[in-house]
Ligand binder design. Structure first.
Ligand code: ZN
Length: 501
């Protein structure tokens, strides 16, 4: 046992406890906290963030990390301890470059910004959010300028935070490939599936019934209610304190059947990842999912690859019809499967189908890049947003609430995050292509037994927490790093079979 590592332990525990408190506050802000709590709670969050920062960034930890990285000392550590030292060094180096007072002010700002964004969206008033967004962008640029490596742009530094090593150079190629294949495919599919009747989706579905069915779906895919809870928020999300406390939210619309169902499968996929992290790792700095991209690969795998397949619904469709016997009386499984996969360009990302989805991400990627390179200002965002929607999807949002204000991400300072959704789709397709070698996915789905699928993902991805990065996981599983070919091939095959053959 390393004496130095034992000295590090209390620092890690203190920071972990403070981070847990911060996660609970942010969960509470999104789900239960009263509106007027914002200003006072933001102060508490600011203080806790500062404490959390100091728990890690201090002379004692700096000295311990230096000693632990000495080759002789490092070699004496267990592989888990080595991973922790590496991860901690990375966070330490990053945090140390950001002045403590700026970090605290920024934490307070983003704690308040969520509510400001939400009010602006509700009243369709971009100007009410713009000054706050401007401040966030300024901080983001400043932080990126402190932390970036010499050969990186500011936006590269933000991307690197989300997915190690996947920068604008890689993403330009990745998105280029998707544009090249998906845009023409979408045109063909839209011309063919205009006649797909999904009127069933916008009938009346009582919220109480939806809650019940979504709880069933969560359990069906393997969400463990002894280790997790489900609440409601404006925007569905997943968070976790550790692998025995994983929380998902959902939102319900009485006139929309699909929205809540696919949200719960999506968030459930995130939750299975966190629940599956090895017990030895949880509550350590490597105890959570490894990156946003890998996280999204799990949620999207469940939501799209499994959840929108015919095999998934075969054993479930009667139960769905029994839940809404009158409303769904005239709908059969074939119509439902075509309906849930209908490709229809629209203005809202979270309601987008699998085929138009990556175009929503490309739009955000291009806009963020321009914003961080000072090619556009915050004030110009609504105009640029609408122009890009016209260009890529042929639609114009009816107002800013439906346009540039639709997503919460920027209010939390999450720039460079959106690409992880598309990366997630691509990783999901790559995993799916290889999973067949070990698991008969179709048979599992048709038999209503999803456990072998969860166990496969647990063994190859979930259990590792963040001891391996995305490409390390992919190489071990599939023999190659991220490869967009699987994704475009998956989309082409799926949509050709559904609508073009
Ligand atoms: Zn997600």
């Amino acid at each position: 046992m390393s004496e130095q590592f034992e000295k590090l332990r209390p620092h890690l525990e203190r920071q972990m406890a403070l981070e847990n408190a911060l996660i609970l506050y942010s969960w509470d802000n999104e789900t239960l906290a009263p509106k007027e709590a914002m200003d006072n709670t933001a102060k508490v969050i600011g203080i806790l963030s500062a404490e959390s920062y100091q728990a890690l960034v201090n002379d004692e930890v700096r000295e311990l990390l230096r000693a632990l990285k000495e080759p002789k000392e490092f070699d004496s550590l267990s592989s888990l301890e080595q991973c922790i030292v590496k991860k901690l060094t990375k966070s330490f180096d990053r945090l140390e470059k950001i002045p403590a007072d700026e970090y605290r002010a920024y934490s307070e700002l983003t704690a308040k910004a969520g509510q400001i964004w939400s009010n602006a969206k509700e009243s369709n008033d971009f100007a009410a959010f713009a000054p706050t967004l401007k401040e966030i962008v300024t901080y983001q640029k400043k932080f990126a300028s402190y932390t970036k490596k010499p050969d990186m742009s500011l936006y590269d530094a933000m991307l690197d935070e989300n997915e190690e090593g996947i920068l604008t150079r890689e993403l330009d190629v990745f998105f280029g490939k998707i544009k090249e294949e998906v845009v023409p495919l979408l045109k063909k599919v839209v011309a063919q599936n205009d006649g797909v009747d999904k009127q069933y989706n916008i009938r009346n579905y009582p919220v109480e019934k939806q809650r019940e069915f979504c709880r069933f779906l969560a359990e069906y895919i393997g969400f463990d209610f002894n280790r997790g809870v489900m609440a409601e928020s404006a925007h569905p999300f997943t968070t976790n304190l550790h692998n025995h406390d994983v929380r998902i939210t959902n939102h319900f619309h009485e006139d929309n059947l699909e929205s809540a169902m696919f949200s719960v499968i999506h968030e459930g996929g995130h939750a299975l990842y966190e629940m599956g992290v090895d017990d030895a790792l949880t509550l350590t700095p490597v105890g959570g999912g490894t990156s946003m991209g890998v996280h999204e690969s799990q949620s999207r795998f469940y939501e799209n690859v499994l959840g929108r397949s015919e095999a998934f619904w075969k054993p479930l469709f009667d139960k769905l019809k029994d839940t809404y016997p009158d409303t769904l009386a005239d709908v059969d499984l074939t119509q439902f499967i075509r309906g849930i996969n209908k490709a229809e360009p629209g203005p809202v990302r979270t309601e987008a189908d699998e085929l138009t989805y990556p175009l929503h991400i490309i739009i955000r990627y291009e806009i963020e890049k321009m914003l961080m390179e000072d090619l556009i200002s915050v004030e110009e965002l609504p105009r640029v947003w609408n122009e890009k929607y016209k260009e890529y999807l042929g639609v114009t949002p009816k107002n800013d609430a439906e346009g540039v204000l639709q997503d919460v991400h920027w209010s939390g300072g999450a720039f460079g995050y959106f690409p992880s959704y598309a990366i997630g789709n691509a990783v999901a397709a790559q995993i799916y292509a290889y999973m067949h070698n070990e698991v008969n996915v179709k048979e599992c789905l048709e038999n209503g037994n999803l456990m072998p699928i969860r166990e496969y993902l647990r063994e190859h991805i979930h259990s590792f927490g963040s001891t391996k990065n995305m490409n390390e996981l992919l190489v071990a599983m599939t023999g190659e790093p991220l490869n967009a070919e699987y994704y475009t091939k998956y989309l082409t095959e799926k949509y050709t079979k559904l609508y073009l053959s």
